[in-house]
Design a binder for this molecule. Structure first.
Ligand SMILES: Nc1ncnc2c1ncn2[C@@H]1O[C@H](COP(=O)(O)OP(=O)(O)OP(=O)(O)O)[C@@H](O)[C@H]1O
Ligand SMILES: [Mg+2]
Length: 323
């Protein structure tokens, strides 16, 4: 059985339409008009134990709503889901003891207390044995380099330190499933990198099943072999990150260094020029033509070096979501 199993999950939010003006406000006290918005539309997927899956989508695509349903924070309008065999929104204790959600945009630690105090509370809530607690806390704090920050009031920590402490808080009870909703949002590149490497190592060592959302492609490329793309509440791709390139990248990137200066106009017939100076040019070439165009270049121009690359994933994703 898969660790996470989702069938036709749909969430429609109903919000009432506010009319302008006093008389309309009074009218709406007696007769409210509602509009419906489908944030998650008929989503189905399976995730096996130990997988680390990236969920990508533009702002408002429905990622957080999906994770909230899988955490039991939100009840779906229709559809089913099981996580570790439980229906999340039934909020059974055995389920809650085995999963964690970390939201980069929201705090779970007590703002006015040091993280260490919040962790003690977690220890009680999850009945973590004293020995395990101490061992895990020391280990996690060391791996995330925040050992000397645990006794500082959370409000005084930097954003990066706070996120690391949030992660520790979420992992102390050794959850089998972890949802990371933009854990690196707003962090500087150093903290982002540290967090990313920690998640990679943690997933590898503990075989924890993880769903990660991030707007940073570096996170996705480093961590996720598999990605699920969400567009306006629906899944538009579910598969290997490399498959995404094959399926959606219609072009490859050809870069040529010249031994002598060339004219930009001479290259125009080869493909779309993305960068040009007289000694070097980059072009986008349809995948099917790449070999013949490269051969053509070698014959026609004074070529010093030639490289063929995939279009950056970031560009592919932008292209998909802009369609
Ligand atoms: N409680 C709610 N009531 C009404 N609409 C909501 C509610 N929660 C979310 N939505 C709407 O549902 C849609 C999906 O929101 P969601 O937060 O799941 O997107 P997301 O993919 O996580 O976006 P982001 O990348 O910005 O975090 C949005 O249009 C949002 O405004
Ligand atoms: Mg979100």
């Amino acid at each position: 059985m898969n660790t996470i199993s989702v069938h036709n999950l749909t969430k429609t939010f109903r919000s009432h339409i506010k009319q302008e003006g006093l008389s309309n406000s009074i009218k709406s006290l007696f007769h409210r008009e509602y509009k419906e918005y489908t944030a998650v539309n008929d989503v189905s997927f399976e995730i096996a134990e130990g997988e680390l899956v990236g969920m990508l989508g533009a702002n408002g695509a429905g990622k957080t709503s999906i994770l909230k349903m899988l955490s039991g924070l939100l009840t779906p309008t229709s559809g089913t889901a099981t996580v570790l065999g439980f229906t999340p929104w039934q909020r059974k204790n055995d389920f809650r003891r085995n999963f964690a959600i970390v939201m980069g945009q929201r705090n779970q630690l007590w703002w006015d207390l040091p993280a260490a105090d919040s962790f003690l509370l977690n220890k009680e809530i999850y009945s973590i044995p004293e020995n395990d607690f101490k061992k895990r806390l020391d280990n996690l704090a060391e791996r995330l380099s925040v050992t000397d920050k645990l006794h500082v009031q959370v409000r005084r920590l930097s954003l990066g330190e706070r996120m690391k402490c949030e992660l520790i808080g979420a992992l102390l009870h050794s959850p089998k499933v972890v949802f990371l909703d933009e854990p690196t949002i707003g962090l500087d590149v150093v903290a982002q990198h540290a967090l990313r490497e920690f998640v990679a190592e943690f997933n590898r060592d503990s075989a924890t099943t993880i769903i990660l959302t991030s707007h940073y492609m570096d996170d996705i490329e480093r961590l996720c072999k598999r990605v699920i793309l969400i567009d306006k509440g629906s899944i538009i791709f579910d598969g290997a990150l490399s498959g995404l390139v094959e399926e959606f990248a219609a072009e490859k990137l050809l870069t040529i260094k010249f031994t002598e200066k060339v004219e930009q106009s001479d290259l125009a017939t080869l493909g779309t020029i993305t960068e040009f100076n007289p000694e070097q040019a980059s072009l986008r070439i349809p995948r099917a033509n790449i070999a013949s165009v490269a051969a053509d270049c070698l014959g026609r121009f004074p070529v010093a070096d030639i490289t063929i690359e995939e279009v950056p994933i970031e560009d592919i994703i932008r292209h998909i979501f802009n369609r």
